[in-house]
Write a protein that binds this ligand. Structure first.
Ligand code: GLN
Length: 314
């Protein structure tokens, strides 16, 4: 186990260590297997990071392991698109309500005449990608990539193995993209959008990257490590609203009940929680619960929220 020396309070490093020790031996959940690459990631990896708005941070465990960002990418594409079109337009074209169904549900889409309801289910995420102002696939991808890089404070790589694995097994998402098109909620070429979406999900990040991306939201849209503004201040609250309502798919309520913070998970095993004005927590552990959320990641976030009194509801 590795703890980086930092200037954070001892109680913070102690809480991280305790969370890691307590949950490292929890073997509940299973790696995602519908994307072949993800099934092969070692299931025992476990990292936890915390970063405060002044840039101080602490971490424990496998925080240098680069994993696939997957659905957490949806947060940062949303940030870019909010800066492009504004929150009102985003809310009228997509929304901020839970579907009550799994993240890749076609039923949810049919029930609402193609309206995706929120940008964190796959349908809404692809609709978000389609709203980004770009003429070509290359331009669309480069804008997304530049935004992620600014959030992380350095250039992030695409894991081409993840991309190839996902691109050859994403027929369900392609179906969703065409369905969105048929209902008028797809605002660019559906297959181009699906491909760019697949690429954004394949970006490789470490816990350290994720916590930096998250603390940039906690810090009102300014990356505390680079001091660069990466999203307009007025667009941070809409992002946190989406994370609060929809960040962990159809079990977002359970998460909020226990953690009391805006969050976002990905099927790569990453999970992010944001404490506005204070800090962000990032965790990584590949085995997922049935909704697709990291089991140990959720436990770690809950432990830190309780121990450090971070819940917005207390
Ligand atoms: N790339 C994944 C998919 O589209 C992302 C889903 C997730 O992390 N929940 O299915």
């Amino acid at each position: 186990m590795k703890i980086q020396p930092t200037t954070v309070d001892d109680s913070v490093t102690h809480a991280l260590q305790t969370a890691h020790q307590r949950f490292a031996s929890n073997h509940h959940g299973k790696n995602a297997s519908y994307i072949p690459y993800l099934a092969s990631v070692p299931a025992n990896l476990f990292g936890i990071s915390i970063m405060f708005c002044d840039g101080t941070h602490a971490e424990v465990g496998d925080t240098d392991y680069a994993f696939a960002i997957e659905s957490i990418s949806k947060v940062f594409t949303l940030a870019h698109v909010l800066d492009d079109i504004g929150p009102q337009s985003l809310r009228s074209k997509i929304g901020c309500d839970p579907t009550g169904e799994p993240f890749n549900s076609v039923v949810a889409l049919e029930l609402h005449k193609g309206r995706p309801l929120n940008p964190f289910v796959n349908a809404g995420a692809m609709a978000t990608v389609s709203l980004l102002k770009a003429q070509t696939a290359k331009e669309r991808w480069e804008k997304i990539h530049a935004t992620y890089n600014a959030f992380a404070g350095h250039e992030l790589a695409v894991n081409e193995e993840v991309y190839t694995s996902e691109a050859s097994s994403n027929q369900h998402n392609r179906g969703i993209a065409w369905l969105l098109q048929s209902y008028g909620y797809m605002h660019a070429d559906p297959m181009q959008v699906c491909d760019v979406y697949t690429r954004q999900c394949s970006v490789a990040i470490t816990c350290r990257d994720l916590v930096t991306m998250g603390v940039t939201l906690a810090n009102g849209g300014v990356n505390p490590m680079t001091q660069q503004r990466v999203v307009e201040a007025k667009n941070v609250a809409p992002i946190l609203a989406e994370m609060t309502l929809n960040g962990l798919y159809d079990t977002t309520g359970d998460w909020y009940y226990k953690v009391g913070l805006p969050g976002k998970s990905g099927v790569g095993g990453g999970i992010l929680a944001v404490v506005p004005g204070v800090c962000a927590i990032a965790a990584f552990a590949p085995p997922l619960d049935v909704a697709g959320n990291s089991v140990r990641g959720q436990l770690a976030a809950e432990h830190l929220s309780r121990t450090l009194n971070l819940s917005l509801l207390d």
